[in-house]
Design a protein around this ligand. Structure first.
Ligand SMILES: [Zn+2]
Length: 476
């Protein structure tokens, strides 16, 4: 792995200067402070921080206020906000019609039972449905057809279907009150609007799920009628929130370490049971408050050689919108950005693969030498920074991907990839382990400081073929 041994040596040299004792500013990172921030950002009042929404704007204002309080420098000229102009192209329910005709039963569904977003007017009358399963997916040709799959989180099958180019994909899931959105597409003003997207609709509720499960694989004999009017357009403004601690070295201050998290979440469901708010406390309120807390602590120590940029993104849940926007409109030169550490899901220790206490992991663990640096920071702060088996699979699942695509060595750091309340209304701030999160944040602060104080820069791992496109983008 290029540079890693050298970097580890430098990093430990840096630690010798601390006399083997973690520096004092780390004690400013407190569980109570994290709890205070998160109990506001994940409160019901913010309505799940959808992109765009008033709840998201309130969250942005709160984050900026904390940056201001910590005395951080604004990151976007004299403002903490990087404003982005988008067009929201929304689903139009005028004239909505959805009917499935099975062998002995016809189901007529309400607009709230069919979620998803057709990018253009859609009009199908009594078109036959082809059922795709794991077994037949590799051998069929369904281009331009209407296909059905069972379950709505079948990522592997959805990925196969994307390549087969059906006109419409219907997925069926039993729960009536599953997440009901987004019902719009967000396009940056001035960007060419993308190809009309393949339309994926989810049909919710037990009746439809049972109808489809009884049908045979392949040609089902069932027919669907769907009508959507053309979508409606509206201009919206959304914001990344950005602050800086300027570097202290005459040369290295023009290079940057980015610490990021997404402050948006899923918003609210349009209908359903008593709790309709997706609070997103762990995803990614925990990353957001960690950025605030770490920035606040780092601001109290002598500045590192490199500049440190703290940024919270809008629109991650809508497809990395805020980080991709930043990539197109960087406030600091990407070629001079030495690393992005993106924080996700730091507050829950109850991973489905077993408890993760005083432990953290990186996505794409072997993609660059960055995780090794944090391993050293973990040794100083009592946190095990380790590789988990799904680390590569999750690399593309958060905002590090946007900057990695542009060459910046970038990872997401997480405690638990998969926790029981993931993308549920029950992801609430009361369930967070704040003492553990504070410990993890101390490790992160130290790792960021090591990156920002070291003259050596991290590199993509040239021995790993999965990093090829990132190395190319970096010119390495
Ligand atoms: Zn997230």
């Amino acid at each position: 792995m290029r540079g890693s041994a050298r970097f580890a040596a430098c990093a430990s040299f840096g630690l010798l200067l601390f006399g083997g004792v973690a520096p004092q500013y780390l004690d400013r990172i407190s569980a109570d402070s994290l709890r205070g921030h998160l109990s506001f950002l994940a409160s019901d009042l913010l309505e799940g921080r959808a992109t765009p929404s008033r709840g998201l704007d309130l969250a942005a204002e709160y984050i900026a206020a904390q940056f201001r309080r910590a005395g951080l420098q604004p990151g976007s000229k004299d403002s903490y906000f990087q404003q982005a102009d988008f067009l929201e192209v929304s689903r139009n329910n005028d004239g909505f019609q959805f009917q499935i005709k099975g062998e002995d039963k016809t189901l007529t569904l309400d607009k709230d039972q069919v979620t998803g977003y057709p990018g253009a007017a859609l009009s199908l009358d009594s078109v036959s449905i082809f059922k795709v399963t794991k077994e037949n997916a590799e051998k069929i040709s369904v281009e331009g057809r209407v296909v059905a799959i069972e379950g709505d989180r079948n990522r592997a099958l959805l990925a196969v279907l994307q390549k087969l180019k059906p006109a419409l994909v219907l997925s069926f899931q039993k729960e009536k009150n599953a997440f009901r959105g987004p019902v719009a597409q967000l396009i940056e003003v001035g960007q060419a609007s993308p190809e009309p997207p393949q339309t994926f609709l989810t049909v919710n509720g037990p009746d439809a799920a049972s109808l489809i499960s009884k049908l045979p694989a392949g040609e089902t004999g069932a027919k669907v009628t769907v009508h959507f009017s053309a979508p409606v357009q509206k201009a919206v403004k959304v914001r990344n929130v950005v602050a800086v601690i300027p570097g202290s070295d005459a040369v290295l201050k023009n290079t940057y370490v980015l610490l990021t998290a997404h402050y948006d979440h899923l918003g609210m469901s349009s209908s359903g049971d008593s709790d309709r708010i997706y609070n997103g406390a762990n995803d990614d309120g925990s990353g957001t408050v960690s950025v605030i807390e770490i920035a606040t602590a780092l601001a109290t120590r002598p500045h590192s050689k490199r500049s440190i940029v703290f940024m919270t993104f809008f629109g991650e849940e809508r497809g990395l919108l805020g980080s991709r926007y930043y990539g197109r409109h960087p406030l600091f030169p990407l070629a001079k950005t030495v690393a992005q550490i993106n924080l996700e899901q730091l507050g829950r220790t109850d991973d489905s693969n077993g408890p993760e206490i005083a432990a953290a992991t990186f996505t794409g663990f072997e993609f660059s030498d960055i995780p090794k640096i944090f391993e050293a920071a973990g040794n100083e702060t009592g946190v095990k920074v380790h590789q988990t088996k799904n680390s590569d699979e999750f690399f593309a699942r958060s905002d590090n991907q946007a900057l990695a695509d542009l060459g910046v060595p970038a990872h997401t750091l997480a405690v638990a990839y998969d926790f029981p309340d993931y993308h549920k209304v029950s992801d609430e701030w009361e369930k967070i382990d704040y003492a553990n999160m504070a410990k993890i944040d101390r490790m992160i602060a130290l790792g960021v400081e090591m990156l920002a104080d070291n003259a050596e820069v991290p590199h993509w791992n040239s021995a790993n073929p999965k990093t090829e496109s990132y190395r190319k983008a970096r010119g390495e």
